[in-house]
Design a protein around this ligand. Sequence first.
Ligand code: URC
Length: 321
Amino acid sequence: MSDELSFLSHARYGKDKVRVFRIVREGKWHHIVEYNVQLLLEGDIATSYTEADNSVIVATDSMKNITYYVAKISPHVLNPERFALHLGTHVVSKYAHIHKAFVTVEQLRWSRIPVTGEQGPEEHPHAFFRDGDDKRIVKAEVDASQGKDSIVATVTSGISDLLVLKTTESAFNNFVRDKYTTLKEVDDRILSTSIDLSYTFAPIKVQKPSDTNLEELLAPTDIPAGSVWDTTVPSKARKVTLDIFASDNSASVQATLYRMASTIVAQNPGVNSVSYALPNKHYIPVDMSYLGVENIVPAQAEVFMPVAAPSGLISATVTRK
Ligand SMILES: O=c1[nH]c(=O)c2[nH]c(=O)[nH]c2[nH]1
């Protein structure tokens, strides 16, 4: 019997890629969000794997329906951190045998179309455009394993796929030189990366909602600066990332990364740690010397070959002391 040789050491399941679009109408002003949601669960579900016992399975189809239901009733739906917490808390509260929910919300960009109004430029109340491919990513782990009245949540937020490039003020010198080295030292090069950033908040206690009144959940009256409830954190993190990328006289991706991460920790007291993963997307000057055309000195080169692969991949986590 195979049970003598192995055991179920981990089990988690749920629905992935639940696409949700939500409108909140405030008079003529319409607010919108578009999310891709993943909702995974852990709990007393082992027998569904080991004994074909479906009585412990909340169908992933039901999880999809719950996602849409919470998107409909949640007063927090426009904020992905709160929506993720609301969804996870709802599920672990509703099902006695489900102890943990893992919610990932990927928010797509929709910004108001700037139009020319009577008094000059203004934002349109109900027309939007996709002003970037970067996504806001929120991951919430909602843990009710210590009881349904002591639910604890840990939240990680961030950005993925924020594509940036600068044409100067990036150098790369003084690296290890040995028999494997072919790379030349450069004082001036193109620097481009697709930024993945995440930051973690201190764990929070979440009130259990009653089945009938989900709205009572997650409405802290005073919002500590930098906490998961502080809606200014995501825009501050994005701005610092872009500002430092642009203004830093970069000695390396590593050094620029560290400046960005430590600044986010310094500016957001509730943020515990910040991680970046930065692919170094190389742009190689095209050698035209065989034509007698100078295009090889990086600082003067005008035609480059963007190289998708291989790329460097520089990552690090900076943690509050
Ligand atoms: O900023 C950089 N960091 C590296 O580690 C590295 N390695 C490399 O070949 N080019 C670069 N650039």
